[in-house]
Design a protein around this ligand. Structure first.
Ligand code: ADE
Length: 249
């Protein structure tokens, strides 16, 4: 997969050299290219923003540098190759979910446009919306100072789903929000050695070796945790997803 990020803070994307994403890049599973938006400005102050039409607080990112930057990035793609999906982080976007992470992980090429200030001139979204699959995406109901941190979040969520990136392909099978039997439940608690720590033991069932009982216990714990932390997920789920034992909790 290829990922391009156009930003006025390229150094903010340095964490993409570390850990899971950094290793995927080093192995050639992920081709990440970070570009400085100011390279596509032509005045001596490298201006990327201006005051909003209609008045109001804050500044708006000018369309010209974004247009030149995105044209250059898109043109750098190989002839005949699929066009990128343009991912625009904004608190006004559709929620970023595991489902969207899976969908994006199946695309060959993503271009992220993290904005600062009050956002990007609307005409940029319209212009590329005519040519590309454009997704305006929010990572949560809070407002950050810019879209760079959301890009780090989204790239990590997508990269770990790429074939061969996680050591153990089964590691995302039980993730919270992963599709499957536990699709509507959060992941339950986990334990490792030592068997006793500060007087606290391990639930007996996990030491029993009884796979059926362990699976049942994991489901009960997942259900309990979901009821406690995210009752909205239970309300929204298909009632058929729950069995009689769940309902006893
Ligand atoms: N930019 C600022 N806040 C954001 C959010 N919550 N999601 C995506 N992009 C953002």
């Amino acid at each position: 997969m290829r990922i391009d990020v156009v930003t006025i803070f390229p150094e903010y994307l340095e964490p993409l050299n570390v850990s899971l994403v950094g290793k995927a890049r080093a192995r050639g599973q992920l081709d990440v290219r970070v570009h400085d938006l100011r390279e596509w400005t032509h005045d001596k102050h490298n201006t990327v923003d201006d005051t909003p039409y209609g008045g109001g607080p804050g500044m708006v990112m000018k369309p010209e540098p974004w247009g030149e930057a995105l044209d250059a990035v898109i043109e750098s793609g190989a002839q005949g190759e699929e066009l990128p999906v343009l991912v625009v982080p904004t608190p006004s976007g559709r929620p970023f979910t595991q489902e969207l992470a899976v969908e994006l992980s199946e695309k060959p090429w993503l271009v992220f446009t993290p904005a600062r200030y009050e956002g990007i001139d609307r005409r940029v979204i319209e212009e590329y919306g005519d040519r590309l699959d454009v997704r305006e995406v929010s990572i949560g109901d809070y407002v950050l100072a810019g879209g760079e941190a959301p890009v780090l979040v989204m790239v990590e969520a997508v990269a770990r789903l790429l074939p061969g990136v996680l050591g153990n392909a089964e590691s995302h099978r039980d993730d919270s929000f992963a599709p499957g039997a536990m699709a509507d439940l959060l992941e339950g608690p986990v334990y490792t050695k030592p068997p006793e720590w500060r007087g606290r033991g391990i639930p007996d069932v996990l030491l029993s070796g009884h796979h059926g009982k362990i699976a049942r216990w994991r489901r009960d714990e997942a259900f309990r945790r979901t009821v406690h932390n995210r009752p909205d997920l239970i309300e929204r789920a298909d009632p058929a997803a729950f069995d009689k034992k769940d309902r006893e909790i």
